[in-house]
Ligand binder design. Sequence first.
Ligand code: PGA
Length: 265
Amino acid sequence: MIHPIVVGNWKMHNNYAGSVLLAKEVARYSEKIKHIDIVLAPPSIFVYPIYESLRARPSNLYLGVQNMMWENEGAYTGEISSIMVRGIAEYVILGHSERAKFFGETNEQVNKKIKNCLKNHLNCIVCIGEYDKYDLEDDYERELTRMKSDKGILSGLKERLTGLSAEDLENVSIAYEPVWAIGTGNNASGMYAGAIASIIKEFLHKELGISSSCRVLYGGSVDDKNAREFAAQTSIDGLLVGGESLNALRFAKICKIVSEVKSGR
Ligand code: PGA
């Protein structure tokens, strides 16, 4: 059975004291939230102090970073590597669309990062999403072809996952994040996100030979009002939450909703 997951991507927000406080508050709420994994991905400078301050955290609460370099070490000013992350955090978000938009990150670089991350026994959350909404209702087959064509989400995903075995992918989750929905308040509908999550799963299974245990998450303007709609989709195994993960209470509500819907309790 796939274990659901909710990830809080804090992006470049918060200061030291605010980050530690936010993490502690989430930890307190998480104690009562069962049946899902919860991951906090603060700015990397705050991951270690949070790790220290949460030594007695609930067993379903994990830490993550938002990016890393593909080499273990070297002259890469400003970067962190997976061997630095290992032992402090368990997850790495890779290939977020903001990395491509602001830093020109390519699919090939994301692929190298995933490989390095897995070699160092970290779990990756690999993001993928389209810039312009697919019109599945108008012509499903045409849009599916568009997804597989150059610059489509499926061809992008294939490039990102090149050379990885089914076994490698046991520690990879895919975050489907339509770019038009990120930070805009304009979330995808549950049906739309669910349809694309299931297309992604079928693609992983049929074209890349990857087992269906690979989690697919939805992200893009998730809040405590729309979370239920996404969690209710059988193809969606969790959520990647940006803005709303900066509020402990609302983030915990989102986690609780996912837990309730997915466990049926
Ligand atoms: P958002 O961000 O929830 O603020 O839209 C999601 C993300 O970029 O991961």
